[in-house]
Design a protein around this ligand. Structure first.
Ligand code: C2E
Ligand code: CA
Ligand code: CA
Length: 439
């Protein structure tokens, strides 16, 4: 990780914009941040206490180098640190609210991607942060009250990753998760992650493509291999946000460069809430209003929604910009139907498990039909996943799903299928229920 305190943090995992020339901060105002190393107890249990202390010291060191002489870093308790920043131009040009939120989130992303060497392994830090700001005349009383308030808020904040386990088996699998995460982050840092694209096609008019779904490929592992196991590890470690930010940014960039493309991007349920890194994406979508209507965010439910209320607010805010929300893996996720209804997805993708079951028995066929019907009550556009044969293709259409995805229709490929005269299905109003049923 390289950073340059005279300008911009130049790591590929995140950008902390420092030393802005003009600041929207009122003169003399100060900012107070509190950060928690969320996985301090996990590292202590899976490695040892020294490893956890070392990770905490590394976190403080990165923060100290960032803040330099513009503030003071205090280690409060074992896994908590505060940063009082008086040189607020360090935080950027935006309003205090926005720049504090961004700094907090950017620091979180940077620490997730930052490799902390520990013996043969590398550790990655999952960080939560909160902030407040005040004038120097309020400094004494207000600062200590703020500090207490922030530390209390942090202790209430839930950690998205898996809890510490009690047995040796848990420690082993945590270390293996950390190893997978380190490999993925190192490949991300070195630009070795590729994006593959898979079409979502129309069952009646096979030439029509709704959009291409972006699927991550980790080249050094195996060019065709899926990083699904590493993504699941990142979710358990509470670190998946850094990867999601990286892929979403790349897909938005792709859309900016390719005006014919309509693309879908996967995000973990853990990233389906409005955090600082999304505000940077939101700004981009506002600057280029042609991008959002060509973007689908697929929320995968491989991990539980940490907070369904926040996910609903996130989906609403993205939809307002013109982005479509797809609910992925319908039928095998964790959330209740009531919660899924609250998300109001534009697209529901029925997990491939049901199509493969449908091919085996009448009962399976009835289940698929029932599920597609249920999905049709939640969203106007239904996709059946995992179409591997002609027979499965026909079954999906018979079940009432107009859009399908699978190896039979097109395998994920790193070769970009555009520019070409694509059928810009996302420019059309998404098909309504009755049309789908007629198909
Ligand atoms: P998903 O979102 O359900 O993606 C579809 C998966 O099904 C992909 O696996 C795709 O290669 C595979 N697939 C497509 N057609 C067929 C078929 O006909 N038969 C079978 N058996 N499989 C098919 P992949 O690429 O291994 O991705 C696995 C999962 O990893 C994805 O499931 C998604 O949950 C996650 N994932 C992939 N890329 C990303 C990413 O950039 N960010 C996040 N957060 N998750 C990702
Ligand atoms: Ca997906
Ligand atoms: Ca899926």
């Amino acid at each position: 990780m390289v950073y340059d305190l005279t300008g911009t943090w130049t790591g590929k995992n995140g950008n902390i914009h420092l030393l802005a020339e003009h600041s929207a901060w009122p003169r003399d105002m100060m900012a107070l941040f509190a950060f928690r190393l969320d996985n301090a107890p996990h590292i202590a249990a899976a490695f040892n206490e020294d490893a956890s202390q070392y990770a905490m010291a590394s976190l403080c060191q990165v923060l100290r180098e960032l803040v330099d002489d513009g503030g003071i870093i205090t280690r409060e308790q074992d896994d908590l640190v505060t940063a009082l920043i008086w040189k607020t131009e360090l935080l950027g040009q935006a309003s205090p609210e926005v720049s504090c939120a961004r700094f907090t989130q950017d620091f979180k992303l940077v620490m997730a991607g930052h490799s902390i060497p520990w013996g043969e392994q590398a550790l990655h830090a999952s960080v939560t942060g909160v902030w407040s700001f005040f004038h120097p005349e309020q400094f004494g009383h207000k600062a200590s009250a703020s500090c207490r308030g922030l530390l209390a808020a942090l202790s209430r904040d839930r950690f998205d990753g898996a809890p510490v386990g009690a047995d040796q088996g848990w420690a082993l699998s945590y270390r293996s998760d950390m190893e997978m995460a380190a490999r993925l982050f190192s490949d991300m840092e070195e630009d070795r992650l590729l994006l593959a694209w898979q079409p979502i096609q129309n069952g009646v008019d096979g030439g029509k493509i709704l959009y291409h779904e972006c699927l991550l490929r980790d080249v050094p592992e195996d060019p065709g291999a899926s990083p699904a196991a590493a993504i699941a590890a990142l979710e358990r470690l509470g670190l998946v946000g850094a990867l999601d930010h990286h892929v979403v940014s790349r897909v938005v960039e792709e859309l900016a460069c390719e005006p014919n493309a309509c693309l879908g991007v996967n995000i973990s349920a853990q990233s389906a809430r409005f955090e600082g890194w999304w505000s940077e994406i939101e700004d981009r979508l506002r600057d280029r209003p042609d991008i959002a209507p060509r973007l689908v965010i697929e929320i995968t439910e491989t991990a539980q929604f940490p907070n369904i209320g926040q996910a609903v607010a996130f989906a609403g805010r993205m939809r307002k910009l013109g982005v479509r929300i797809a609910l992925d893996d319908f039928g095998v996720g964790h959330a209740s139907i009531r919660n899924l209804l609250a998300l109001q997805p534009d697209i529901v993708k029925v997990d491939r498990f049901f199509l493969h079951r449908a091919i085996e028995s009448d009962r399976g066929r009835a289940t698929l039909q029932h599920l597609v019907g249920l999905a049709g009550n939640m969203a106007s556009t239904i996709v059946v996943e995992g179409v591997e044969t002609e027979a499965e293709d026909s079954l999906a259409v018979q079940a009432g799903a107009l859009w399908r995805q699978g190896y039979h229709l097109g395998r994920p490929s790193v070769i970009r299928p555009w520019p070409q005269p694509v059928s810009p299905a996302l420019d059309l109003p998404l098909l309504a229920g009755p049309e789908r049923r007629r198909a």
